[in-house]
Design a protein around this ligand. Sequence first.
Ligand code: ATP
Ligand code: MG
Length: 400
Amino acid sequence: MKLDHIVVRYGELALKGKNRSHFEKLLLANIRQVLKPFKDVKAKRIQGRIIIQLNEEKYEPIKEALTSVFGIYSFSLALKVENELDAIQQGALYLLQQQNDVKTFKVSARRANKTFHVNSQELNHLVGGFILKNMEETLKVDVHNPDVDITVDVRELATYITGGAVQGAKGLPVGASGRVLHLLSGGIDSPVAAHMLMGRGSEVEMLHFHSPPYTNERAKQKVLDLTKQLTKYGSTIKVHLVPFTDIQTHIHKEVPSNYEMTIMRRMMMRIADQVAEQRGILAISNGESLGQVASQTLESMNTINEVTTLPVLRPLLAVDKEATIAHAKKIGTYSLSILPYEDCCTIFLPTDSKTKPKRKGAAKFEQYVEVEMKCQEAVASIETIEITASTNESELEMLF
Ligand code: ATP
Ligand code: MG
């Protein structure tokens, strides 16, 4: 006997009625994506569950990979046996014998396959009784607070027996809520905001502005590495790299310094709007948090938002920096984010940015900027890279 399967359960998905099958397929595809590096592993959908077959691959790294995938409620290492009482009893006993320091247990049977001749209640007794008979000296039943809860899940073609579950990332599978165009910098906040959106089922496409030679290749690499880290949570991610040098130098030359930041942000937003339109994306998102810096006041957001009619989602709007940092550490983006490479926003950074820029003021100074043409040129020069969980270091380097 061998514990060589994993049973995956999904929570919130169950609430989604008609879309259920679509979501299940998405979750399966996302799971397959993160398990690609484990060549022999197979994942398939059975009614109400996803079953992963380990085929000699080690459990621990797979466990680690699965914990990150959004849409998984919990999962368990499982023993797969025939739909026969004797096999189920032997299996449950074997599973308990594999565990150390267990004094109490209970059996929770579930008969999804109604053609199986023993119902759930009877199964609880028959399996529990069998275990007690064989391990009477060391084990007791405790239905309220057992050391191990042995679940017996009788499905159409086989029964899966598990002892304890690992919590999943919960949320919705990436892709279930459509696509969002996310403004990704190399900072701490925007990767966290992207992760939060992914958790609600958004597939994110990244838009990153860079200004070579003022920003270097390593700054670009950082953004790709951050994106790679985010693919762990359930999908491939496209990164659209926008050359921004020309626009920035142009603004720097033509616009009074206290409006530079606002107009630069409006240009970013216009470009995002056009890219979203081209790609059939319905919303833009960023890592802004209210009051954090000069460009993140309500006045500033109001003035910057004027140039798009798309919703601009700000998952971190009301989140403290401390909580954002903790989140970044948890998802593995923090150590990358703090690498000290220049972001395009910090070059030519004026020290006298208006904290309350007006729409009228911005429009007035934009007369000196060739807004339409500059945006079109930038959009036409975008370079797009697709990153998957299995894109390796050398492939990332070859992209340049
Ligand atoms: P972050 O840590 O995400 O950079 P921040 O607190 O440093 O955020 P800003 O630098 O003012 O704030 O940027 C606000 C938001 O604007 C970012 O969260 C990001 O969504 C977007 N942004 C800033 N710089 C860029 C860039 N070079 N490319 C794409 N988006 C950017
Ligand atoms: Mg920043």
